[in-house]
Design a protein around this ligand. Structure first.
Ligand code: GLY
Ligand code: MN
Ligand code: MN
Length: 518
């Protein structure tokens, strides 16, 4: 199905427009497949005769109470600056077909809009005198967007990206104002609104970069100063740091994402016989989880890693085009992203036959012990990096016990050595939320060196990966990759493993798999 190019602005003229001539610009060639009528009669007919809309009235979303507080917190960092937070636009996947639209995380966080909402929209925090803005802050928020076009417009029937005939009815300005609690305005008003009082008027204009090139270009044209880039970085940093501690709404969304993810893992275990029977069993695993994520949430939060046997030693194995064979371990790293766009990020390494071999269990138990050490360190007042360090103590100790280290565990753990990291080159934890690697632009003092606070959500995901051609380990270890990844919420007196309902102890994993497979 492709978009027919009607020339609707001037239907009468369109009637006579020659198509497919030698002089036709390449940019217009897409219209050469058009079979839609181009006559004025057609346009008049297709835009008339439609009944009243019957959709249910839009209500204020529960998240709206939380987003107001988030915007106020941001406002406090940037008095006098106009802050521009684009949702982003469509990205071309192939010729004239786009990837599914997903708004920028900062936009989601500040507006509460989620699934498919709202391409090309731009949230702007306009500076006002301190205390006179929204909720007594120094800014008032306006959401600029392209509302649903009337049925009497060409967009209605001929625009494959935005038209109601093609993508369904889009919201009106009033709908979005009601659901978000944010004042809305037409996108056509954006440019003037951004330019007001910038420069000589004393207003500084800052934009979230790499979200929407069109908006970024408009901002750059308006301000045309050298220092602006640096201040944009401050905005990106503040937006990331604003998400380090989740509010009650976000924690609830994370719980939903994790619960739905756990259900997906159970579906995968039930699908293992089908995976074993297929030449690309890893795709059966991936497809099973993806189907579940689409049915129960918005999508997967990141490309699923479905890695059987040796593939598990490739950290981001997303080709998933291998077989799943008896006797192997299957490393499944997958997360459902719920409709609000919060995602889980969970890994389990499962014995395909339902039972670990002795050496698989030995490696698995070492990784589990490392994860448990990480959990013990993940308490308020500790530093984020302490979680990793606790896990590494265990990994180094086990490798020493097995005779794999060329030095003692204590020596390996010295910053200048790190021999143990040969078998776990990735970090143990990352913040989690709307982005799977959330808060990525936070400063080191707030992230790695940051102090843990109640409300933080991050992963604990140690692993051990022995490649098939690793000559430094005995043969029995070669080709084994194990990762165990859970999602942890820091609480007032410790932490809660949000993914605890998915078995992690090896006996519990075997019992759970047996119960699912009957
Ligand atoms: N799934 C990617 C990660 O664990 O960070
Ligand atoms: Mn992770
Ligand atoms: Mn993961």
């Amino acid at each position: 199905m492709t978009q027919d190019d009607v020339t609707p602005q001037d239907p009468a003229a369109a009637d006579e427009t020659p198509l497919g001539t030698d002089g036709q610009p390449l940019a217009d060639r897409g219209a050469n497949r058009s079979q839609l009528g181009r006559t004025q009669n057609f346009v008049e007919y297709v835009t008339s005769g439609w009944g009243p809309r019957t959709s249910a009235p839009v209500e204020r979303a529960a998240v709206a109470d939380f987003t107001a507080a988030r915007r106020s917190a941001l406002s406090a960092h940037f008095p006098g600056a106009r802050l521009v937070v684009p949702a982003g636009t469509f990205k071309v996947r192939s010729n004239d077909t786009d990837y599914r639209f997903r708004p920028h995380a900062a936009f989601v966080h500040l507006t509460g809009l989620g699934m498919e909402q709202e391409p090309d929209a731009v949230l702007v925090l306009h500076p006002v005198e301190d205390g006179t803005g929204d909720d007594g802050s120094a800014h008032t928020a306006v959401l600029y967007m392209s509302p649903m076009a009337g049925r009497d417009t060409p967009e209605f029937f001929s625009d494959a990206r935005y038209g109601e005939f093609w993508v369904g009815a889009r919201p009106t300005l009033e709908d979005v104002a009601t659901s978000t609690g944010i004042r809305t305005a037409h996108l056509d008003d954006l440019r003037d609104a951004l330019a007001k009082d910038v420069g000589t008027g004393g207003v500084e204009l800052l934009v979230v970069r790499e979200a929407d090139p069109t908006v970024e270009a408009v901002v750059e044209e308006i301000r045309a100063t050298e220092e602006a880039g640096e201040r944009d970085d401050r905005l990106a940093e503040a937006l990331s740091e604003l998400r380090l501690v989740k509010d009650a709404y976000e924690v609830e969304q994370m719980r939903e994402a994790v619960t739905t993810t756990i259900d997906g893992f159970a579906k995968v275990v039930r699908a293992l016989p089908a995976a074993l029977a297929h030449r690309r069993g890893e795709r059966v695993v991936e497809g099973t989880f993806l189907g579940h994520a689409r049915q129960e949430g918005n999508y997967v939060g990141y490309e699923t890693i479905a890695a059987a046997g040796e593939h598990a030693t490739t950290l981001h194995w997303t080709d998933n085009d291998g077989a799943v064979r008896p006797g192997q371990l299957l490393l499944l790293d997958a997360g459902v992203e719920v409709d609000s766009l919060y995602t889980a990020d969970v890994t389990r390494t499962l014995p395909v036959d339902g039972t670990f071999t002795e050496v698989q269990r030995r490696v698995y138990q070492a990784v589990l012990d490392a994860a448990d050490a990480g959990f013990a360190a993940a308490v308020p007042g500790a530093r984020f990096r302490d979680v990793h360090e606790a896990a590494m103590q265990v990994i180094a100790a086990r490798l020493e016990e097995w005779g794999l280290l060329p030095v003692s565990a204590a020596e390996a753990l010295l910053p200048q050595n790190q021999h143990h990291r040969r078998w776990m080159v990735h970090g143990t934890s990352h913040h989690l939320g709307i982005d799977v690697h959330d808060c990525a632009q936070a400063r080191a003092q707030m992230y790695l060196d940051g102090v843990l606070e109640p409300g933080m959500v991050f992963t604990i995901e140690p692993g051990l990966y022995f490649k098939a051609d690793d000559l430094l380990v005995p043969e029995e270890y070669r080709g084994i990759g194990v990762r165990i990844e859970d999602d942890v919420l820091v609480t007032a007196d410790g932490n809660e493993n949000l993914s605890a309902a998915l078995p992690r102890d090896p006996d519990a994993v075997e019992a759970w798999m047996a119960s699912l497979r009957g």
